[in-house]
Design a protein around this ligand. Structure first.
Ligand SMILES: C[S@@+](CC[C@H](N)C(=O)[O-])C[C@H]1O[C@@H](n2cnc3c(N)ncnc32)[C@H](O)[C@@H]1O
Length: 232
């Protein structure tokens, strides 16, 4: 096993604080949120607005918040500004603007520690889990933050979740993700879920390796190490 970092060391690592990583994705376009998640976010928000007086979207690891700002402007244009609340969370405050509209909140904090006061109809994480240490811990937290029929979708490479002997947790993990209510698309490397839930993974987090090298998007990423805990 490589030397493992705890959260504090990982968050200070040059791989996570890397200024070269793309924090500027737009909502749409060839490298935008829609393409990366296979989801038209404005369509989802608008459809939810037909069913609910309050619709909330949380974007974890939101980077500069560009996509969120664009969505906020579009909700205003579509007269949905009073209904839709958008929240972005990122470890670093490289946010595009300091004067954000009232319906957008950009928060500096870690997805491994932050606690929301409300539930969300949509939770996204575009190429953010690659830099998180306890990825399974974040998935567990996210499941508890969804509304009853809320939707979560994120990019995830399950090869970055490893056992203490260094091998990827592989098919067994995909099975366990499914058992806990997640869907994993192995081709597109996307994880999703519908509806809140109490998630229990049979894994104990050991720490993170920030020297794992480039992942499938070509950027240096973080491997997360776990002990498989046998449940009685
Ligand atoms: C590749 S960028 C993606 C940013 C944005 N989603 C986009 O696509 O433009 C990954 C982001 O994850 C953030 N990040 C890394 N670890 C985090 C953590 N523990 N909690 C919150 N954000 C984190 C980084 O600061 C960075 O902004």
């Amino acid at each position: 096993m490589p030397p493992l970092l705890d959260d504090a060391a990982l968050e200070g690592s040059s791989v996570v604080a890397n200024c070269a990583m793309n924090r500027e994705r737009s909502l749409t376009g060839s490298n935008g949120y829609g393409r990366e998640l296979g989801l038209d976010i404005m369509e989802v928000l608008a459809e939810r607005c037909t069913r609910s007086p309050r619709v909330r979207w949380l974007d974890l690891c939101c980077g500069s918040g560009r996509a969120l700002l664009e969505a906020t402007q579009l909700t205003a244009k579509g007269n949905l500004a009073e209904q839709v609340e958008i929240v972005g969370l990122d470890l670093v405050d490289h946010f595009l603007t300091t004067t954000v509209p009232r319906t957008l909140r950009l928060i500096t904090g870690s997805a491994t520690e932050w606690e929301p006061n409300e539930k969300f109809d949509l939770i996204t994480c575009v190429h953010g889990l690659h830099y998180i240490g306890d990825k399974l811990g974040v998935l567990k937290r996210v499941a508890s933050w969804l509304t009853k029929d809320g939707v979560f979708i994120a990019n995830l490479d399950t090869r970055s979740i490893r056992r203490s002997d260094g091998t990827p947790a592989g098919r067994q993990l995909t099975y366990e993700l499914r058992q806990q209510g997640f869907t994993y698309d192995t081709t597109r490397r996307r994880i999703s879920r519908e509806g809140s839930g109490k998630v229990q993974f049979p894994y104990r987090y050991l720490g993170a390796d920030d020297q794992a090298g480039p992942n499938y998007i070509g950027q240096p990423a973080v491997d997360s190490f776990y002990d498989h805990v046998h449940q009685k």
